[in-house]
Design a protein around this ligand. Structure first.
Ligand code: MN3
Length: 198
């Protein structure tokens, strides 16, 4: 397969004021596009041509850093756009809500741990909800890594690279993470991924 940039599932200005049109123009139209183009170039001759994106991400991890960084970020961003929606946040679908409470204590505790993971990721990276051995866990990863290369299935991720928030929040990463959790997350998409992963 080769990589291609999907359209955003909403207009560039649809997530304002929590994520601006300018941020999405840079982040989606330029940063994600660069991962797609670099990934396609690095895929040539890698021995992983013809594999699925997930297989390319797992197959290049620890072996082909250039390809991994770009394929990993392509995978992460494909989902990231869908992990948000206008008027996001709010009610978590029933079964997912119950499982989060069972595995992480409560919805408030999950939000707190997720935000804390993002705040404490030193430098660029991501914070996550993932399913590992049938349980929902919170984790964080550097750069383009995801739970996919750590034996888990991501169901929600927040990009904490500065390109994701610096235009709107400057250095206030905690405020960005709080807005993501409370006002941007598309919990229906998280529930859909949870149903496939559990
Ligand atoms: Mn990004």
């Amino acid at each position: 397969m080769s990589f291609s940039l999907p359209d955003l599932p909403y207009a560039h200005d649809a997530l304002a004021p929590y994520m601006s049109k300018e941020t999405l123009e840079y982040h989606h139209d330029k940063h994600h596009l660069a991962y797609v183009n670099n990934g396609n170039n690095l895929l040539k001759g890698s021995g992983l041509e013809g594999k699925s994106l997930e297989e390319i991400v797992k197959g290049s991890f620890g072996k082909n850093a250039g390809l991994f960084n770009n394929a990993g970020q392509h995978y992460n961003h494909l989902h990231f756009w869908k992990w948000m929606k206008p008027n996001g946040g709010g009610k978590i679908p029933g079964e997912l809500e119950k499982q989060i409470a069972a595995d992480l204590g409560s919805i408030d505790k999950m939000k707190e741990e997720f935000i804390q993971a993002g705040v404490t990721q030193f430098g660029s990276g991501w914070c996550w909800l993932a399913v590992k051995d049938g349980k929902i866990i919170v984790s964080k990863t550097p750069n383009g890594e995801s739970p996919l290369v750590h034996g888990a299935t991501p169901i929600l991720g927040c990009d904490v690279w500065e390109h994701s928030y610096y235009i709107d929040y400057r250095n206030r990463r905690p405020d960005y993470l709080k807005a993501f959790v409370e006002n941007l997350v598309n919990w229906d998409y998280v529930a859909e991924l949870y149903a496939k992963a559990k």
